[in-house]
Write a protein that binds this ligand. Structure first.
Ligand SMILES: Nc1ncnc2c1ncn2[C@@H]1O[C@H](COP(=O)(O)OP(=O)(O)OP(=O)(O)O)[C@@H](O)[C@H]1O
Ligand SMILES: CC(=O)C(=O)O
Ligand SMILES: [K+]
Ligand SMILES: [Mg+2]
Length: 565
């Protein structure tokens, strides 16, 4: 049977799609067994993977092309068979190192599912150009990369270093932190602080931590708007780095704790994001569920035709206190470990991560693990062993997505860093399959109505059946994407093909674990939907006769098990 042949055919030699492996840096434990000939072969397939005309869906195309799937996924499916497609999604922050069309395309080919822009940096013109490049690539080359806008928030941070990319603070040096408006160039060893109350709130003897302790200063003197500090832990200062101050071993939260989560500048950025049609808005330093509800109703009133998902960044003490309520109100969350590590003791960050990932999964919200996953790759082409272990742990927790920050925004090896995330994800996921590690997590009911409860039960049962029967894929026909996300929550052993008629739902589903979103128009007649889908996918070499599939529909509330004819 074709189906059993697929099971028996050897898995890809290592857990990375070989067509992309030419750019994978050498992680010893993952190094493929026969580098040279395979790599050359791999490279030629990569050329096909960078979208060739047959992968690009022509407008008003033929029947065989009237289904849209991301070109990179399609190439992976064809090459490896769909059981080994990557389940963990990848988010890349776009910055000076990755903002050209070629660089963005390289990330898309490398498996970027979501492009993040951080409103802490850059102008609207810069961000607009990035968003449009991503959209253009999607249209012209068949990618489905979503765009996430990350707000600045009103925490205390440094200014932009007068244009310098970074500055080195050495042990014992005296630096001035000031709320004054300087004309550039800035005086030597001077840092502008964005929060007007800074010089009044801070005291002599306080510790001033840059980026949660990457660099530390002790306050030695206050002179009006200027605060003189001695560097006690040297390091690199980056533009707009976060600042916190500590007194007697505790984080000091003075009047800045009263600053709004969404500042007036953030609202302007949000309006910009809405007008540019971003797919996600990630809200920094969320303190409570109210702010999420507020933003969601603002978005709903402004864009009735399209939806923008709101993600809560969990990075403050308050967000950890109100975790469940915040996650319930949001469409997803981010474990923003960078600032979180500046607000709670570092040794508490891993357990907070685990708790957030679990809570999101239980409440059926996608979750991203972010910050410093591969920090050393900002400068070096290979990760540390500890970084690989950290990435593996996030994958093992079955987080929906992993994120690159500085590694892709301003690092020297953005493509290599992305390749490491990809290869480590694939390796762990293959290990699950080999060891038959089904994930059995207690999943509470999230439905609010009886009809939602039926959908939820169908998804739970389908995922269990998929594991027990060893099916090749679950197909879900969903208009809103909700049924697809409920299936993803179960983390079944096989990929989930999610068919939706909306391009924006399809892009948003791209953040969720194990989902391969397709755009396809379909009817209420499952029989004809399935026949058409099978024909379309077979014509593109993405499935074969005999493949065992479970098919679900949210319209019909149905579940079917069948072999592809
Ligand atoms: N659009 C941009 N323009 C210039 N530099 C950028 C841009 N985006 C990111 N960077 C650089 O990359 C570094 C890391 O980026 P990132 O935006 O992910 O910071 P972060 O501290 O993780 O996020 P956040 O500010 O939300 O806490 C920044 O410190 C900055 O130097
Ligand atoms: C991503 C982010 O905002 C942080 O880690 O702080
Ligand atoms: K931000
Ligand atoms: Mg942050």
């Amino acid at each position: 049977m074709a189906q059993s042949l697929r099971f028996l055919s050897p898995p890809p030699t290592v857990g990375i799609p070989s067509k992309l492996s030419h750019s994978v840096p050498p992680i010893p434990s993952l190094r493929r067994p026969f580098p040279c000939p395979r790599l050359r072969h791999a490279f030629s397939i990569c050329a096909a993977a960078s979208p060739s005309p047959d992968l690009v869906v022509p407008l008003g195309g033929t029947a065989a092309s009237s289904i849209d799937v991301d070109a990179v996924t399609e190439a992976e499916l064809k090459e490896n068979g769909f059981r080994s497609t990557r389940r963990t999604k990848l988010v890349c922050t776009i910055g000076p190192a990755t903002c050209s069309p070629q660089q963005i395309e390289a990330l898309a080919v490398g498996g970027m599912n979501v492009a993040r822009i951080n409103m802490c940096h850059g102008t609207h013109e810069w961000h607009r150009e990035v968003i449009r490049q991503v959209r253009r690539l999607n249209e012209e080359k068949g990618f489905a990369v979503a765009v996430m806008m990350d707000t600045e928030g009103s925490e205390i941070h440094m200014g932009d270093l007068g244009g310098a990319a970074s500055a080195k603070a050495e042990d014992g040096e005296i630096w001035t932190f000031s709320v004054r408006a300087f004309n550039s160039p800035l005086p030597e060893r001077t840092i502008i602080v964005n929060y007007d109350g800074f010089a009044e709130d801070i005291r002599v003897g306080d510790l001033l931590l840059v980026d949660g302790g990457m660099v530390r200063f002790e306050v030695t003197e206050k002179i009006g708007p200027d605060v003189k500090c001695r560097c006690i832990d040297p390091g690199l200062l980056l533009p707009r780095a976060n600042l916190t101050f500590w007194r007697n071993g505790r984080l000091v939260r003075e009047r800045n704790a009263m600053l709004p989560t969404i500042s007036s500048k953030d609202w302007l950025d949000i309006d910009f994001g809405i007008s540019e049609g971003v797919d996600f808005i990630a809200v920094s330093f969320v303190k409570s569920a109210e702010v999420i509800n507020h933003l969601k109703s603002y978005i709903a009133a402004r864009c009735r035709d399209k939806e923008i998902a709101v993600l809560a960044k969990i990075e403050s003490v308050d967000s950890l206190k109100n975790l469940e309520a915040i996650i319930l109100a949001s469409d997803g969350a981010m474990v923003a470990r960078g600032d979180m590590g500046a607000q709670i003791p570092l040794e508490e960050v891993p357990s907070a991560q685990q708790k957030i990932v679990r809570t999101c999964r239980q409440l059926n919200k996608p979750v991203i693990v972010a910050s410093q996953l591969l920090e050393s790759m900002i400068e070096y082409p290979t990760p540390t062993r500890a970084e690989v272990a950290d990435v593996s742990e996030a994958v093992r927790q079955r987080a929906d997505a992993l994120m690159l920050s500085g590694e892709s925004a301003m690092g020297q090896y953005p493509d290599k860093a992305l390749a490491v995330l990809r290869s480590v994800s694939l390796r762990i996921e293959r290990w699950w399959r080999e060891e038959k590690r089904h994930e059995a997590m207690e999943l509470p009911v999230v439905a609010n109505s009886f009809s939602d409860k039926i959908i939820e039960e169908i998804c739970n049962s389908a995922a269990k059946m998929a594991n027990n029967l060893g099916v090749d894929a679950v197909f879900v026909f969903t208009s809103t994407g909700h049924m697809a996300s409920l299936l993803s929550r179960c983390r079944p052993d096989c990929p989930i093909f999610a068919f939706t008629s909306s391009t924006s739902v399809r892009r948003r589903l791209n953040l969720q674990w194990g989902l391969i979103p397709f755009r396809l128009s379909f009817s209420g007649d499952m029989e004809s939907n399935l026949n058409r889908t099978f024909a379309l996918l077979k014509a593109r070499g993405m499935i074969q006769s005999g493949d065992l599939v479970i098919a679900l529909s949210d319209q019909l509330q149905s579940i079917q098990v069948m072999n592809v004819p």
